[in-house]
Design a protein. Structure first.
Length: 203
């Protein structure tokens, strides 16, 4: 009887030791990594997202040759070629040629279109081909006085410079300091859209 009890006690002790060893082995195994899709709330993402493409495309400027029309001593408009830098759109081209008309030094017998205090303000191109040009004086003042011939050549220098260089432009409306006036110097009707006057161009 004593031998049987001793054998049973030894067997029970072996089972206890085996169970303890298995428990210690399991407790030492590393925990499995958390799934990447289950990030903790508020945690920063592990990868930096790619930047979104810019929604504003930068306008590409180009240099092209324009024919600027200046008043001349023979009371006609005379062309003069000049390099113009602008974006490729019709409105940008129209803005570029008018800015050049006021900035480029005319070669005799051509003369400047307006006194230096006259600048180009805003320029708009409507869908029907109407170009609205806002001429501004700095400081704001009345249009410069002149006789009928000078006034006519000043106005149509702007008109011809736009219409001869921008195919999309069909007519020009002139504003002075943001207002469409019936006339600039009392002789030429500027209360309506203006078109080409081929008879004013020197042959």
């Amino acid at each position: 009887m004593k031998r049987g009890w001793a054998a049973w006690a030894v067997g029970l002790a072996c089972l206890v030791l085996l169970a303890a060893g298995l428990w210690m082995f399991a407790s030492r195994r590393p925990a499995p990594p958390a799934a990447s899709a289950e990030a903790a709330p508020g945690a920063a993402p592990s990868a930096t997202p790619a930047p979104l493409p810019s929604t504003e495309a930068r306008a590409v400027e180009e240099t092209w040759t324009a024919r600027l029309y200046f008043p001349s001593a023979n009371d006609l408009l005379m062309p003069q070629e000049a390099a113009v830098v602008s974006a490729g759109g019709a409105r940008a081209r129209a803005t570029g040629v008018v800015a050049a008309l006021f900035a480029v030094a005319p070669v005799a017998p051509r003369v400047a279109v307006f006194p230096p205090e006259v600048k180009l303000g805003k320029l708009l191109l409507l869908e029907d081909g109407t170009v609205i040009v806002d001429l501004r004086s700095e400081p704001p003042a009345e249009p410069p006085p002149s006789g009928s011939t000078v006034e006519q050549l000043r106005i149509y220098a702007v008109v011809h410079t736009i219409l001869r260089n921008v195919d999309e432009a069909k007519r020009v409306v002139l504003l002075w300091n943001g207002v469409q006036r019936p006339t600039l110097a009392g002789h030429v009707d500027t209360g309506r859209p203006l078109r080409l006057r081929a008879d004013l161009e020197a042959s």
